[in-house]
Design a protein around this ligand. Structure first.
Ligand SMILES: C[S@@+](CC[C@H](N)C(=O)[O-])C[C@H]1O[C@@H](n2cnc3c(N)ncnc32)[C@H](O)[C@@H]1O
Length: 178
């Protein structure tokens, strides 16, 4: 793995109550297939399961993977060891709810909004500058994918919702199939 591809393990986890509020603002309903990209120890996965979703939790860090497998054994959660930048997406309609590794934002969105993607909706916790870039008129590839999806801000999240507190303003990028 080249230096540019090496994952950064530093993280800003969502506090439990914050993760609950993030999930409550999504359109996730019982029976939905939801992908949690960079699931960490399952802050969002936990509340997605509580909402009745079937979850694919993607992580690369060995100890966080082990914790996910332990914590969600017996629940409708498939834990996948994969790099979020190379992930093969589900073929059937799926949603994404994630607080992903920020440096992978562009790779994730190019994949989610690529041709043939079965993405229905995405709620991604990201730095504000990334939300402005992807919700704005000059988003990468927007001329093509905006015919299928709408992208906008789902609002700011307080920095204290993260452990440790987020060092920059954070918002939710909200993507919906038209
Ligand atoms: C911002 S943290 C969020 C963790 C969790 N979703 C939460 O909200 O508490 C991002 C997570 O992505 C994982 N990660 C970093 N790079 C990754 C990669 N390339 N592929 C998969 N997971 C990665 C980290 O180990 C970390 O757990």
């Amino acid at each position: 793995m080249s230096a540019g591809r090496r994952p950064r393990w530093g993280w800003h986890r969502l506090a439990d109550d914050a993760a609950r509020k993030v999930v409550a603002r999504t359109p996730v309903r019982p029976g939905d297939l939801v992908v949690d990209l960079g699931a960490g120890c399952g802050a969002l996965t936990r509340h997605l399961v509580a909402a009745g979703a079937e979850v694919i939790a993607v992580e690369l860090h060995p100890e966080r993977l082990a914790e996910l497998r332990r914590r969600f054994a017996g629940h409708p959660v498939t834990v996948v060891r994969a790099d979020v930048r190379d992930l093969r997406l589900p073929r059937r309609p799926f949603r994404v709810v994630a607080n992903p590794p920020f440096e992978a934002t562009d790779a994730i969105l190019r994949r989610l909004l690529g041709r043939g993607s079965a993405l229905v909706s995405a709620d991604l916790v990201l730095p504000r500058h990334a939300v402005e870039r992807w919700a704005g008129p000059s988003a990468p590839g927007a001329g093509r994918w905006r015919r299928e999806w709408h992208a906008g801000s789902g609002g700011a999240l307080p920095r204290r919702w993260f452990r440790p507190a987020a060092p920059m303003p954070i918002e939710v990028l909200r993507i919906r199939r038209r």
